[in-house]
Design a protein around this ligand. Structure first.
Ligand SMILES: NC(=O)C1=CN([C@@H]2O[C@H](COP(=O)(O)OP(=O)(O)OC[C@H]3O[C@@H](n4cnc5c(N)ncnc54)[C@H](O)[C@@H]3O)[C@@H](O)[C@H]2O)C=CC1
Ligand SMILES: O=C(O)[C@@H]1CCC=N1
Length: 272
């Protein structure tokens, strides 16, 4: 039963906190069954005060205590951290990584431990609206896959994939994706201010338009091109705007950006 699990979260930054918060909001386990590790003392105090979980700077103790060890540190931290933890995991402990680029074999080799889940969430997880893609090593049992799914869906939607190649792809599309939308919205708000709107009003118009469009696309189930055509009157404003977006190469710029993120994820996995 997941309610009895002891869950160590290694690295209590933005994403570590999002995961702790989601697990507690869904009452997966009581706070004392989560132990977060964090290098920064002020951050440890903050996490302890906010969630009532155990906190420490001792990764070895936390991983040894846990039945699940969630890795939420930056990729550059792993080459030093993982060898320090070799031999400290319990038999049957499940490792869940959210680290961009880091392949399952990297964890398995450096930890000398076979039961690894690799996942890629995104920052809307902080309000329980994340999208997480995940896969599991062959050695991960059905029961452990159930734990992983329950943990990952406590902060949003989860999607299992049976091929690890999808993880670098998901890192570029959904993991990094919120930044594309934030940049787009920021640019639109600035354009609204340029037209003459007060900033608060431009922001409301842009955010509500984004949210309405997403909900409409989800609920209607229509093809995105059909939805776009529905906005586009002959000789109208949308046709004029879309012409400029295409002329500026929006589609190819976006595609190039997503490929760049994909290549960068693969490079991170090679320690570059
Ligand atoms: N921020 C994002 O949009 C997403 C990040 N990720 C991945 O999640 C991981 C964490 O990212 P963030 O939460 O954004 O970073 P962050 O910098 O906010 O969090 C990392 C935390 O780990 C702590 N830390 C560093 N070394 C440590 C050590 N040896 N032991 C214990 N704690 C240590 C840091 O003090 C920091 O608080 C990264 O690998 C990133 O690739 C995955 C999906 C989305
Ligand atoms: O920028 C990064 O490397 C991380 C991974 C996905 C989103 N942010």
């Amino acid at each position: 039963m997941i309610r009895d699990l002891r869950i160590a979260v290694i690295g209590a930054g933005i994403m570590g906190e999002a995961m702790i918060s989601g697990m507690l909001r869904h009452e997966l386990v009581p706070p004392e069954q989560i132990m977060a590790t964090e290098l920064r003392a002020d951050r440890r105090d903050e996490i302890a005060a906010r969630y009532g979980v155990q906190v420490t700077d001792d990764n070895v103790a936390a991983v040894h205590w846990g039945q699940v060890a969630v890795f939420a540190v930056k990729p550059q931290t792993l080459p030093k951290l993982l060898p320090e933890l070799r031999g400290t995991l319990n038999d049957g402990e499940l490792v869940i990584s959210i680290v961009a680029g880091a392949p399952i074999r990297h964890f398995a080799e450096l930890l000398q431990h076979p039961q690894i889940v690799r996942s890629m969430p995104n920052t809307p997880a902080q309000i329980g609206e994340g999208m997480t893609v995940w896969t599991a090593a062959d050695a991960v049992t059905e029961e452990q896959r159930g734990w992983a799914r329950t943990i990952l869906e406590s902060f949003g939607q989860e999607q299992y994939v049976d091929d690890e190649n999808y993880l670098d792809m998901a890192t570029a599309l959904s993991g990094t994706g919120p930044a594309y939308f934030f940049l787009l919205m920021e640019a639109m708000v600035d354009a609204g201010v340029h037209l003459g709107f007060p900033r608060y009003m431009a922001q409301k118009l842009v955010l509500e338009t984004m949210q309405g469009s997403v909900l409409y696309a989800q609920k209607s189930g229509k093809h995105l091109a059909e939805l776009k055509n529905g906005v586009t009157s002959p000789g109208g404003t949308t046709a004029a705007a879309l012409y400029e977006l295409e002329r500026g190469g929006l589609r190819t710029v976006l595609t190039d950006a997503i490929w760049a993120a994909y290549r960068r994820s693969a490079e991170l996995g090679k320690g570059k």
